[in-house]
Design a protein around this ligand. Structure first.
Ligand code: UPG
Length: 679
């Protein structure tokens, strides 16, 4: 399977193109130096496509680093976006623009040549035409229009086109598709990725979006004395998703050529329809729902009346056409803006820099309360109250991969706790799952969710309740550890000044070939409210003293008994009491989606040493209380922490009366909520 290398894949157009590539069955590697973009866009793309995308933070001028990417992946073609792109800035630092845009491209082409990869799709711009109104009959602009950029940025794009043309002339095996973009606007319809302009935006719609969220006072309209229907200039605005699809069309076109046939050719990517500044302004106001403040000011230097494309060549040869309107783009831009008013920046949220993929650690911090979560296992790797940790945690993220790690802080799934005999039936069909604890399957097998890489997160902040939420997703394939069905699971961690609430949601992928599976999800944090030593001095109070009696294999006998020693319905000091038992609420819910059920405070815990108090609340019907007697890992021994794991009844997959708690059919949703509150 070959890969498409996308340079600048973390950027605005690059990230949208990566999604389209993956949707069209391509494998992708991203290279980006992140000078003008954020890895958050890559992790959000992974969230959307639910797969890992290899990423390298490399400047293209680092030929050795870039060459390694070609060694690591079988790359068949490159889509080259990476560039500096601000017109105004380019007039003040032209050398930097040439050095970066042209220098990077030469380095890239040398490395491609060395690795015998000779197919490139280049991100060019309508800016290469300059002012096409200087000619008669060149509006709409065809590819034949003579070029003549009017700024250094445009010169770099035209220089790169020339380099590619000369390269193809020197070696006709090269295939270079030059895509000249008109005015890209809008955002992905998911609202999860979009343009994240740093500083004051230069372009019309990003500026307008900031007016709409109150970051700018009003829009300045640069002149209303042009010869258009309302006096403002005309541009060809193209939805970024249509634009992204143009790259797939170009790749398809190149791969349809005969094996030894090369090519150098330019295509305009535009809609062919012109819109004025006021047309766009009104479309955006419609999307927002009210008029936005503006003022007509003088003309901006360099602006011309009309830059509309003639996209016929791309329509005909690439079989590509823009379908979305400026109303679609304004709706999607507004959706992105309202969900991400500060772009990829989120209040109270930070991430360890220079870590990508599973090594990322996401921290949400409020005064006196801090929560850190890793992509690996959607694991809570730290909770600190007043600067002191209250959970067992490794100092080194790598240690979470240790076989002896007793699931510290991890998300547990697809099936928490035990399945007796590692076997269950749904609809008369028997499934055998991995035996990883004697004859039983424990916590979804040896490679359960706790060892899987979660995508995302989508970080958001709500002013309403001053909460910051990190939402991760996993895609667990049909047949993994023997479990049936492609399962999509999201875990949303909502942090508030003294609490962490999480919400699980699972459903079978609509494309899953299997109609039902079993699910049971929880979190496996080990609390130590004193931050060190054993938990023996911890005081506990449980909401229920009903527990599931278990046999020697720790499987329920189906009889519900009362726990008497110690009496857990009154506050008690843990002492040497041993728990690894599932307590059941008296009015428990048997729903598959318990999220709308009453949140019950199931465990109150406190420690006389630290005075920290914890309440575990849940919508779940039961909770496993474990005093950590089996813990034996790097730096931690038995009873270093206790776990409270709200979940479904143990072994429910095998017990007819309890099965409806855990059997998830296609079209249904499994859900639950758990909250840790600290005082
Ligand atoms: N405009 C305003 N107020 C603003 C910003 C823009 O009135 O605050 C007007 C501007 O005068 C123009 C139109 O809006 O008439 C569009 O401007 P802008 O979004 O800045 O795009 P362009 O100037 O058309 O340039 C974009 C890219 C450039 C690319 C070109 C291709 O910035 O890199 O070459 O589109 O057509």
């Amino acid at each position: 399977m070959s890969y498409i290398l996308v340079t600048g894949g973390a950027g605005y157009i690059g990230s949208h193109t990566v999604i389209e590539l993956i949707n069209h069955g391509y494998k992708v590697v991203i290279v980006d130096n992140l000078v003008n973009s954020s890895y958050d866009s890559v992790s959000r793309v992974e969230y959307i496509v639910k797969q890992k995308i290899p990423f390298y933070k490399i400047d293209l001028r680092d030929s050795d680093g870039l060459s390694k990417v070609f060694d690591d992946y079988p790359i068949s073609a490159v889509i080259h976006f990476a560039a500096l792109k601000a017109v105004g800035e380019s007039t003040t630092i032209p050398l930097k623009y040439f050095e970066n845009n042209v220098g990077c491209t030469i380095s890239l082409l040398n490395v491609m040549k060395y690795h015998n990869v000779k197919t490139v799709v280049f991100s060019s711009s309508a800016t290469v035409y300059g002012d096409a109104t200087r000619f008669e009959n060149m509006i709409p602009i065809p590819e034949e229009c003579p070029t003549g950029p009017t700024n250094p940025y445009g010169h770099t794009k035209l220089t790169i086109e020339t380099i590619l043309k000369d390269l193809h002339a020197s070696d006709p095996q090269w295939r270079a598709a030059i895509l000249r973009y008109f005015n890209p606007i809008g955002a992905h319809p998911s609202g999860l990725i979009g343009e994240d302009p740093l500083g004051i935006p230069n372009n019309l719609l990003p500026f307008l979006a900031q007016v709409a969220v109150g970051r700018r006072a009003k829009l300045s309209i640069f002149g209303d004395d042009y010869e258009s229907h309302d006096g403002t200039p005309i541009r060809d605005y193209i939805h970024v998703v249509d634009l992204a699809k143009g790259h797939i069309a170009a790749l398809n076109y190149l791969s349809s050529l005969k094996p030894s046939q090369g090519l150098y050719r330019e295509w305009n990517l535009g809609t062919g329809k012109g819109s004025t500044v006021f047309d766009v302004y009104h479309a955006f106001c419609r999307a927002v729902g009210h008029d936005l403040p503006y003022e007509v000011v003088g003309r901006r230097d360099g602006d011309v009346l009309n830059l509309t494309s003639k996209p016929n060549r791309a329509n005909k040869e690439l079989q590509w056409m823009a379908h979305l309107t400026i109303d679609d783009a304004c709706r999607d831009l507004w959706n992105w803006t309202t969900k991400n008013p500060l772009g990829f920046h989120v209040k109270n949220y930070s991430v360890n820099e220079d870590a990508y993929g599973e090594d990322r650690v996401h921290t949400v911090e409020y005064p006196g309360f801090k929560v850190s979560i890793a992509n690996y296992g959607a694991t809570i790797i730290d909770i600190e109250v007043n600067g002191k940790p209250v959970v067992c945690k490794f100092d080194n993220l790598r240690d979470y991969h240790l076989p002896s790690n007793p699931c510290f802080g991890a998300t547990i799934g697809r099936y928490a706790n035990r399945i007796g005999g590692a076997q269950f039936t749904i609809g008369g069909k028997q499934y055998d799952v991995e035996k990883n604890e004697g004859a039983n399957c424990l916590h979804g097998g040896s490679h359960g969710f706790n060892t899987q890489y979660f995508y995302g997160p989508i970080a958001t902040h709500s002013e309403e309740d001053d909460s910051t939420t990190l939402k991760f997703v996993s895609f667990d394939k049909d047949g993994h550890a023997g479990f049936p069905g492609d399962l999509i699971t999201t875990v949303a961690f909502k942090v508030q000044p003294k609490s962490l609430e999480f919400e699980f949601e699972s459903s079978l992928s609509p494309k899953s070939s299997v109609d039902a599976t079993v699910v049971n999800l929880t979190n496996h944090s080990y609390f130590n409210l004193c931050g060190e030593g054993t938990i023996n001095e911890t005081e506990l109070l449980l909401a229920s003293n009903n527990f599931l009696e278990v046999d020697s294999a720790l499987l329920p006998t189906r009889s519900i008994k009362k726990w008497t020693r110690p009496d857990v319905s009154k506050p008690f000091t843990v002492g040497t009491a041993v728990f690894d038992n599932c307590f059941v609420l008296s009015d428990y819910s048997s729903k598959l989606d318990t999220r709308k059920e009453r949140m019950v405070d199931v465990v109150h815990a406190s420690h006389p040493g630290s005075k920290v108090k914890l309440t575990v609340s849940t919508t779940e019907p039961s909770f496993q209380l474990y005093t950590g007697d089996g813990v034996d890992t790097k730096g931690f021994f038995h009873r270093a922490g206790f776990a409270v794991e709200p979940c479904r009844f143990v072994n429910a997959a095998r017990v007819d009366d309890w099965k409806k708690q855990v059997v998830l059919k296609k079209g249904e949703v499994y859900g639950s909520r758990i909250r840790y509150t600290f005082e």
